[in-house]
Design a protein around this ligand. Structure first.
Ligand code: MN
Ligand code: MN
Length: 308
């Protein structure tokens, strides 16, 4: 593992962060009752391209008790319901350097406090981070702040280290005081901090909907599959490598039926993974805020996903 970060790498992280922040800010005004999720997703993803980035993952638009992992499907007709609590989670990469950031828009005033608790947990966590600070200490701060507002953190969702072209690079930054996590923040590395809070029990489970996938290359296994499945794998791999994707991005080239059946075969053969939607187990309403930071080799702390 590298422990240093070059100026060029920092520049790419900061550029990705600025794009992500700009897009997230722009999209807030589009999140209104009746707005189509598909239109919001298309807007975000096309703006990322316009500003010189690429999506690090399909934009997640998660409503009410859905905490994460919903991106509109190609024929999506769903709209923002009135009074919804909407999480928008955007990932941008520039040459593989990823900025991961999320915000919550509450269309119901009674969830303002839930949002405030989550945002405050993120801000206090960011203030406390520095080289040598333990991940569990940050989890403790997140947990204490969210609980002080009378809510629960989501215990089985966490922040993560980032690496080039890798969103979850192995290290976990918990949203509670998890003493089993022994790691600490290191200079020269990037991290995403993402508290989730809920008025439910504080755990998510997998739902039935699957809208996000990623490939797991294995040439030997791939060579045994049909030409049609291989063609789809190769097209997506060329575009995404192992970064997450949505079938929505490929429906101009392949029919949705072919894409869906190829994904089933790839998953069954260990060549792809699915990310089911994550739902709060008690149907609690969920809020999320997220920023990406880098700790430079000189010990500076840069929040890449703030609009400066
Ligand atoms: Mn995110
Ligand atoms: Mn993240």
């Amino acid at each position: 593992m590298r422990d240093l970060i070059s100026d060029n790498e920092i520049e790419n992280y900061v550029k990705a962060g600025r794009i992500a922040c700009t897009v997230l800010k722009e999209v807030e005004s589009l999140v209104k009752p009746g707005a189509k999720l598909l239109e919001i997703a298309k807007y975000i993803e096309s703006r990322i391209h316009d500003l010189g980035g690429k999506p690090a993952f399909p934009v997640n638009i998660s409503i009410n008790s859905v905490a994460a992992h919903y991106t509109p499907i190609p024929s999506d007709e769903s709209i923002i319901p009135s009074g919804a609590v909407v999480k928008i989670d955007v990932g941008v990469h520039v040459d593989g350097y990823i900025a991961d950031t999320a915000t919550t828009i509450s269309l119901d005033d009674s969830y303002r406090l839930l949002c405030k608790a989550t945002k405050s947990a993120l801000e206090k966590a960011l203030e406390a981070i520095g080289p040598g600070i333990r991940f569990s200490e940050i989890g403790n701060i997140v947990e204490q702040i969210i609980k002080s507002y009378g809510f629960s953190p989501i215990y089985n969702l966490s922040g993560h280290s980032l690496d080039r072209y890798i969103i979850h690079a192995g290290e976990v930054i918990p949203n509670h005081r998890d003493r089993l996590i022994l790691g600490s923040f290191k200079s020269g590395k990037a991290y995403a901090i993402e508290p989730f809070a809920t008025n439910g029990r504080g755990y998510v489970k997998e739902g039935n909907d699957i809208t996000i996938f990623a490939l797991k290359p294995n040439p030997k296994k791939l060579s045994k599959l049909s030409h049609e499945v291989r063609e789809i794998f190769e097209r997506i791999y060329e575009d995404r490598k192992t970064l997450p994707f949505t079938l929505r991005w490929y429906v101009k080239e392949f029919s949705i039926e072919k894409l869906r059946s190829a994904m089933r075969v790839l998953i069954d053969n260990g060549l792809a993974i699915a990310y089911p939607i994550l739902i709060e187990i008690n149907g609690g309403i969920v809020a999320q805020y997220e920023h990406t930071i880098i700790l430079t080799s000189r010990g500076e702390k840069i929040v890449t996903t703030l609009c400066y």
